[in-house]
Design a protein around this ligand. Sequence first.
Ligand code: PEP
Length: 270
Amino acid sequence: MRTPIMAGNWKMNCDNEEAWQLAAAIADEKGDVEGCEVVLCPPATALTTVLAAIEDTNIGLGAQNIFWEESGAYTGELSGPMLLSCGCEYVIIGHSERRGRFGSVADDFTPELQKVFGESDASVNRKIKAALSYELTPIVCVGELLNERQAGQTDEVVTSQVRTAVDGLAADQIDSLVLAYEPVWAIGTGEVCDADEANRVLGVIRGIVAECADESVAQEIRILYGGSVKPDNVVGLMQQAEIDGGLVGGASLEADSFGELITAASASVA
Ligand code: PEP
């Protein structure tokens, strides 16, 4: 039985006061959660604030990014030891907003801005290796763009992303990853992927893990779905056999809605 995970990606939201309020409200509602790992991923500026708010609860802390070097002349970057010193146990790697794979392009997002972070599959692989070397749990995001889905390339895209992400990792290292299937067209758009289809793609991903590691790792690894998960669609998603939880943006920014997602994830294994 795989323990589900509900991870909130706060993206570039919440100053320190707002982060404290939100984390404290979630801790109040769900701090004693069992049967589900809950992870809050605030912006880096609020990591220690959130850590203080979730102290003595069952809620874990995650960062939204990591750089692979330990220290040095890398302006603006954060290393594994820095994240550990803030109390992080998890780190999101390869989110589509960092890969430059935007789903719904707002008017003010010029093509230049879309590529501003420009992370490649290869840099995702380096970041995963760095995170593992500091015993941080990577939450690794993969997913296709709308035009790739329309062209029938979904399986090909996620296969390639997962293969490169785990390149050079031993089976026991792959086992300690959390994967997240996040169809880019469903992120922040309100358009959720059909639960059966999400389940199918997660099955494809599990098959790739079996090829890259082995069948027991494929059965153990947690694979999340992300993309407009909300209280009104979470139960259907969590009922799917392959879906081990969610990576959630918008609905994680409000304690009540995130609480409902946590309840649904916990109930899915009860
Ligand atoms: C995300 O940020 O990974 C995400 C899935 O966002 P949302 O839930 O808002 O679609």
